[in-house]
Design a protein around this ligand. Structure first.
Ligand SMILES: [Mg+2]
Length: 361
């Protein structure tokens, strides 16, 4: 793994809050502090449908994980505190955390509700950057009663990996001199964007660690994963020119279409919804976003307009999920009258670092 002098001058700080939703809930209800807390669907004594949105470290000790069916979480820990998500509460806490980061007037980029980068290169040294990280963690603890983990490294990707290795309440500093020894033994799963599926495929190729991946024949990787394998190898070599910058906030992504002739034909309506969903989802991925709210708009003959929205428990950029949600909304509001216009709108976004999608298979 080679290093490049330009990258050694950059110092990037990544903050990731610890079990954010659960910690905010514990702050609001001190009596649940230290208990296994599961945020998500109502478990209904084990018969509930839906999934775990997030959970506290105490709940993780029972094997509970995000996106697990809530009924399974109930089996693993029936005495856990199960709470419905309160997104306005988390958004407010998020704004408080981000205000602390922004107060240092350094290049800032929020990447999700509880994650952000700061470019601290102007501090010149890793020890100065570490002092700042300690100060930020302290401010978050004393002013907000929450904890976060920080990674400091020469690039965004490595800073993100670093913030994850000592959770909760961690502070991990990877200086350019330590970059190689830090990354080499790391399991490939630690690379942002390498999920279970990509991990399994890499294992099959005999690639278990970042070192294995970095040393693998790039031509073979390209044949298997496409051109993105090149950026993957550069990123894990500590070469990454991705800069910290505030990206434009997109409030919503929408598409609508007016029929030439009002229609009640359910096949035409369904095919139109599919086409609209395809368009908005493409737009979503162009913007590197994931959404949580899907809204359908139907204008009937005579300009009577109805809309209906559904907010999902998880952020998604999955076309299939958006499509099935749109069809179910349509079933709810379609009254059989001739339709003049159909529209789909996606909102409530989470920014995602485009780099995170590199090995999404
Ligand atoms: Mg987090």
């Amino acid at each position: 793994m080679e290093k490049r002098s330009m990258d050694q001058q950059r110092i990037i700080l990544h903050l990731d809050m610890d079990s954010f939703y659960a910690s905010v809930e514990m702050r609001e209800n001190p009596e649940i502090k230290g208990k296994p807390v599961v945020i998500g669907a109502d478990p209904k004594n084990g018969t509930g449908r839906g999934v775990v949105s997030t959970c506290s470290y105490e709940a993780r000790a029972f094997g509970i994980r995000s996106a697990m069916p809530i009924s399974q979480a109930f089996v693993l820990c029936p005495h856990a505190v199960f709470l419905p998500p309160q997104f306005p509460r988390y958004a407010k806490a998020s704004a408080e955390v981000m205000a602390i980061l922004k107060s240092h007037n350094l290049p800032f980029q929020q990447v999700s509700i509880d994650e952000a980068f700061l470019d601290v290169s102007t501090l010149k040294s890793y020890s100065e950057a570490t002092d700042l990280a300690v100060r930020i963690k302290n401010d978050i603890r004393t002013q907000l009663g929450l904890t976060g983990s920080i990674g400091i490294a020469p690039t965004k990707v490595v800073a993100k990996i670093a913030s994850d290795v000592n959770k909760p309440d961690g502070l991990t500093v990877v200086s350019p001199e330590n970059l190689h020894s830090f990354l080499a033994p790391m399991p490939v799963r630690k690379i942002p964007g390498v999920g279970r599926k990509a991990e399994a495929e890499l294992f099959e190729m005999g690639i278990r660690t970042i070192k294995d991946l970095a040393e693998y024949d790039i031509q073979v990787l390209i044949a298997r994963f496409g051109r993105s394998a090149i950026s993957l190898q550069t990123i894990i070599s500590g070469i990454d020119d991705d800069i910290v910058e505030e990206r434009d906030t997109v409030k919503s992504v929408s598409r609508e279409t007016t029929f030439l002739k009002d229609t009640t034909d359910e096949q035409v309506i369904a095919a139109t919804i599919d086409a609209l969903v395809r368009d908005v989802c493409r737009n979503l991925s162009d913007e590197s976003l994931r959404c949580r709210t899907v809204t359908i708009k139907v204008r009937y003959h005579g300009f009577v307009t109805k809309t209906k929205a559904k907010t999902l428990l998880h952020y998604t950029d999955d076309e299939k999920t958006v499509r099935s949600c749109s069809h179910s909304l349509m079933r709810d509001i379609f009254d059989g009258c001739p339709v003049r216009l159909l529209g789909i709108r996606l909102s409530t976004f989470e920014k995602r670092d485009a780099r995170q999608m590199i090995l999404k298979l």
